[in-house]
Design a binder for this molecule. Structure first.
Ligand SMILES: [Cu+2]
Length: 169
């Protein structure tokens, strides 16, 4: 350490101390800038991530699973939401329990050629978050499949699934 580098009143020791303080201050500023940059970069990337992981709901071209919620609208009113959906064969309709009353899916009117057999009457879902998947495969003919919730049919809980072959689109 050359003595001519010291300013008035500074000794080697105080110089070192001052230098450390300056370095520490620079380090703190640097860290803060880094954090700000990371946050900024994160904000830029976030919408892109969201956009790539959540395509339009119920778009048969992008979703292989189409959700239908089982909803308690009031003590006397229940619903499938959305009540009408369109799917391509190969997709899955996932019924999601959101209420407290037990709900199920019973197919009532199906186009000719449909053979729903054991899934004609689905099991009761009793817990929030519980799901029931219906794979739309060859058992479902093209056209409109009307279904109800067995105990709540007359309280508005009905729905329709229109099935199309992929080639129709
Ligand atoms: Cu129900």
């Amino acid at each position: 350490m050359a003595p001519w580098l010291l300013s008035e009143g500074q000794t080697r020791r105080t110089f070192k101390k001052d230098n450390r303080k300056i370095k520490y201050r620079r380090y703190k500023v640097h860290r803060r800038t880094n954090a700000a940059l990371m946050t900024f970069a994160g904000l830029l990337v976030l919408p892109l991530l969201l956009a790539s992981t959540s395509p339009e709901p119920n778009d048969p071209m992008t979703d292989s699973v189409v959700e239908v919620k089982m909803v308690d609208k009031s003590a006397t009113e229940f619903a499938f939401e959305p009540a009408k959906i369109e799917v391509q064969r190969g997709q899955t309709v996932r019924f999601v329990m959101t209420g407290v009353m037990p709900h199920n899916v019973e197919f009532r009117e199906t186009p000719e050629g449909s053979e729903l057999t054991e899934i004609r009457m689905g099991p009761f879902l009793v817990q929030q978050g519980q799901t029931y998947d219906v794979v739309i495969d060859d058992r479902f003919s093209d056209g409109e499949h009307a279904y109800v919730c067995t105990p709540h049919e007359f309280m508005g809980m009905t729905g329709k699934i229109t099935v199309r072959s992929a080639a129709d689109r």
